[in-house]
Design a protein around this ligand. Sequence first.
Ligand code: CP
Length: 319
Amino acid sequence: MRHLLSTRDLDRDTAIGILDVAEDMAQTADRQVRKLPPLRGKTVVNLFFEDSTRTRLSFESAAKRLSADVITVVAKGSSVSKGESLKDTAQTLAAMGADAIVVRHHDSGAAHQLAHAGWLDATVINAGDGTHEHPTQALLDAFTMRSWRFGTASRGRDLSGLRIVIVGDILHSRVARSNVWLLTTLGAQVDLVAPRTLLPHGVEHWPVTVYEHLDDALATRCDAVMMLRIQAERMRDAFFPSTREYALEWGLSAERLARLSPDTMVMHPGPMNRGLEISSAAADSRRSTVLSQVTNGVSVRMAVLYLLVSGSGSTAGAE
Ligand code: CP
């Protein structure tokens, strides 16, 4: 496995292998000394053309826990703001000895281009490209679901038998796309809920059932309800009449939360728009895994960096 660009590229065994290594990494979090040696002498560059809190900080933390040298470049404050291209920026970082480039970019396909244009020889990890994919988010979501459902007996297991409901701005969501591909590869049933205006063209060909009304989707028991952020920054048109109407029809309100089964997980990739797609009652509830998702993100990113950069990873599946 050379790059991680998409969950669509991952077969079941490779995905389970990553989640199992993430289990090992999670065990090390409780140690007095959390640092491990496998990336000693390696340089990991975080190249972020779009804002991020969780992904950037958790890749930084993961790389440091594996003893890598870490360089973080954000568009604001770098020569990207003077108009330097993706190619020139990446080649500059490669010339500084980058072994891996973790890239977030506003263009769908940017990570793929970086990996395959022949500009550099480093491993490329997609940390979110436009509305295309966010593979490590889906892996950490799957890890969180597996831990919730199977606890200490998670190792080696897929998500067969689980029903996951993903709700909201599917159109603009790379998190939704990566989760659809990964969760279905792992055997889960995935249902989507969104106003028609926030569904992507071609969704009828995805391996999912689509609902227009949240209450219809929640009438059948589910293992997880994943609320998506309304991505106002990507919207140039009005996609719903008002935020009040959206919250009423598609938001996870306190009333809807109360109707969920007590063992249904409430997930959100963050950052959350409280009061819009998710109420504070749901976000702060006992069933909310929002902060566990953040914690698990470090273990999953440690696993991905270890498998791709240390030279001791599996070669099954993916690129
Ligand atoms: N979930 C996620 O990608 O969050 P950030 O944008 O803060 O990285």
